[in-house]
Design a protein around this ligand. Sequence first.
Ligand code: DP6
Length: 323
Amino acid sequence: MTAVTARAHTNIALVKYWGKADTELMLPQTSSLSLTLDQFYTDTTVSFDDSLTSDDVVINDQRLAPAASVKVSHVLDLVRQQSGETRFAHVASMNHVPTSAGLASSASAFAALAGAASRAAGLNQSRTELSRLARRGSGSATRSIFGGFVKWQAGTDDASSVAIPIQEDVTWPIAMVALVLDPHHKKVSSTQGMQSSVTTSPYYPAWKQVVAEDLAAITPAILAQDFTTTGEILEANAMRMHALTLSANPPYSYFNGETLAAIATVQALRDSGIACYYTLDAGPNLKVFCQEKDLGAVTTRLASQFSADQVIVAHPGPGIAFL
Ligand code: DP6
């Protein structure tokens, strides 16, 4: 019984994934692009054991009921199919976040699971193959296999829907400041939210066009370390994603009462000459993109308006590692 431990970091999408084209294969409607972050990661240990009669999944020292571990077992089933391994597995996973920030994400979790399970089953898969496997657990996990700036190429089938590193070793002095407004779990899951946007928002066709344009423009901006262009694109892209929730039927929003105040703070910082831009995922918390030279000004302002323990500074982080 060989135990393998993998560590994967979470990522923040700069051009969002918001919609599936194939829910079984987890093929997205569009490509997307993210930055892997150093501060938030998951360590997962997997070992196959012939004394087990079902998969045994423990997350942050809490054992999951079988019904709650369906997605984990789904990824393990794929590994069993690919490797010929027939045993069930022990899975022990720890999410590392600086505070109880609610920022632990399915991206780092399923990327670490894919890596650990694949190796524990004796597969010697490339990172491209691991990104394909991680995708089957959660779409955003596809990108967390790689570090730095990463594109998830939508593809047209299982083989072609994989992550591609754009730039793994980031020398650009930038930061992503997380502002935690609500540490609790989201009320509408990403899976449900994006499905509702795809099927009911009249703006969905326009979103696909927006993503194509944003990807084409942001990639050269990142490589040229063009902060303003990158920031403007990521902020507009996030708001256009959230417009899909407001325009769904029934409409919903991930914003809470403080989200708009936090957005206004970022805009005020910018008006005062501190260049910074915000993005939000499927929740009320902001991530503020800024330059290292402005980090002090940004964190001071956010901590004075909110509180210091709601502000977490992250930088570009690495891809999957085996411990
Ligand atoms: C807003 O990857 O959590 O963070 O594939 O259904 O597991 P599933 O969804 P998930 O959705 C991520 C949505 C997002 C944007 C992004 O990360 O690209």
